[in-house]
Each structure stands twice: as structure tokens, then as C-alpha cells.
Design a protein around this ligand. Structure first.
Ligand code: PEP
Length: 250
């Protein structure tokens, strides 16, 4: 269960949120893995407040470069200096607003892996693409670009998040069956890369809330969630984590 704070947070509010999430997550079964991807300036704060807790922290993007004259960029190695576990790559907001191509996202996934981070590779289609029947074509291309540049061993170490663009921050959630169909398609692609890649965790993201979490996570190929808006409130984020736990225990 990974929170994506996006460009939200201020140092004072973060402290309360991080402490509450760490406290709540400590009551979960160890098999429920919890992380929060925070804006870069708060990586040190996250490290200070979450070290020793069960909650891991992450970054929301990494540079495709390892270092050099790239003003404003952050290398995966730099994030690793702050004990980061996860690196989101290819979030739809970056693909749309920063024109990140499938190939660029693949390079970013490689850089993250080389720095010892776990890339959370986001894939998803827009509403127009879905309505044109292109969902599998779009997300297939996005995932294949990443799988093509990774060895089987590297590919087995990634996390994939299906985030339909039309469901992100809109309050519209994919119906559980709709999400499951896409996850089953992604699972097939992962399996084709190698037996060890088939078990890569597949997260669903897009307006997950405490009220819809259990039904979504109850789907066969949905292993967890990438949670945007609801991860900014400890009560909601923890309720979503507990929903995942309930599903796992059944
Ligand atoms: C996201 O940004 O990754 C996301 C899923 O956002 P939300 O939960 O707010 O739709």
C-alpha cells in the first residue's frame, strides 16, 4: 500500500501525518507493506521520522541521468542517500505534463534499480483511449518499454501500478471487474517475461477510498494500491491499509 503525496505537504503537517501513519501501520500484519512517496525536500524528514518503523518512504520521480548538468533533476542515487525504498516512475501526471515517453520511463526504472530502489512503474490509459478500445494497446506499450530494457532478474524486482488516467483524482474509480481485467492482462505480460516476473506486485490506483478499497483489493490480480488524495489523511490511508489486510486474511 503506497501513498503518493504528489506536490502536497508542509514540514509541520507532514510530521503529524508521518507519525500517525507509522503508529497505525505498526498494528498491521507484517505481510501488509506500507510506503509513502513524498516530495523530495521531505525525504530527510521522512527518513528521520520513519526509520525504525514499518513504513518505507519513496520519491515520486527520478532523473534518467546519474548526475551532471541537469538543473532541477534528482538522481536515484541521491534519493538512495536518504534511505529511500520506492521510486514512482511514469506517473500519468509526468507522462502528460512533462511529455515522458515510454522509453524515458524505462530508463528511469533502470536508474532506480541501479541505485537499489524499487521502481513503481505506473501505466494507464486516458478516457479517450479507453473509449476507443485502446486500453491494452496503450498499457501494453508502456509496460513492454520497461520490460524490454530490464533483465528477468531486474524485472522481478519492480512493482507495477495500473492507474487509469480518468480515475486519478477525479473521484471516479474503475469498477473492480474492470480493474481486474486490466490487471490480468498485465499479469500475462509479466509472466511472458519470465516465471519469476509473474509475481511482481500489481497495484491499482485511481480514487481509492476506504469505502471502495476492500472490493478492489479483493480482486485476484490486485495486490495493493497506489493511493493519492486519500494518503494525505492518516485516518483514510490507514483504513485503506486495513481493508487490504482484511482481504488478505480471507
Ligand atoms: C495517484 O496520484 O497516483 C492517485 C492514484 O491519485 P488519487 O488516489 O487521488 O486518484
Amino acid at each position: 500500500m503506497v501513498g503518493n503525496w504528489k506536490m502536497h505537504g508542509r514540514i509541520h503537517d507532514n510530521a503529524t501525518l508521518l507519525i500517525e501513519v507509522a503508529a497505525g501501520a505498526s498494528a498491521l500484519q507484517k505481510s501488509v507493506h506500507v510506503g509513502v512517496c513524498v516530495p523530495c525536500p521531505y525525504l530527510a524528514q521522512s527518513q528521520a521520522l520513519l526509520s525504525g518503523s514499518v513504513v518505507k518512504w519513496g520519491i515520486q520521480d527520478v532523473s534518467a541521468h546519474t548526475g551532471g548538468a541537469y538543473t532541477g533533476e534528482v538522481a536515484a542515487e541521491m534519493a538512495a542517500d536518504f534511505g529511500v525504498t520506492y521510486a514512482i516512475v511514469g506517473h500519468s501526471e509526468r507522462r502528460a505534463y512533462h511529455r515522458e515517453s515510454p522509453e524515458l520511463v524505462a530508463t528511469k526504472a533502470q536508474r532506480a534499480l541501479e541505485a537499489g530502489l524499487t521502481p513503481i512503474v505506473c501505466v494507464g490509459e486516458s478516457l479517450e483511449e479507453r473509449e476507443a478500445g485502446k486500453t491494452e494497446q496503450i498499457i501494453g506499450t508502456q509496460l513492454e518499454a520497461v520490460l524490454n530494457v530490464l533483465t528477468e532478474e531486474q524485472a522481478a524486482s519492480i512493482v507495477v501500478a495500473y492507474e487509469p488516467v480518468w480515475a486519478i483524482g477525479t473521484g471516479k474509480t474503475a469498477r473492480p471487474g474492470q480493474a481486474q481485467d486490466v490487471h490480468a492482462f498485465l499479469r500475462g505480460k509479466l509472466q511472458a517475461k519470465g516465471a519469476s516476473v509473474a509475481n511482481v506486485p500489481l497495484l491499482y490506483g485511481g480514487s481509492v477510498k476506504p469505502e471502495n478499497a476492500e472490493e478492489l483489493f479483493g480482486q485476484k490480480d490486485i495486490d495493493g494500491g497506489l493511493i493519492g488524495g486519500a494518503s494525505l489523511k492518516s485516518k483514510d490511508f490507514l483504513a485503506i491499509c486495513r481493508a487490504a489486510q482484511t482481504v488478505m486474511l480471507h
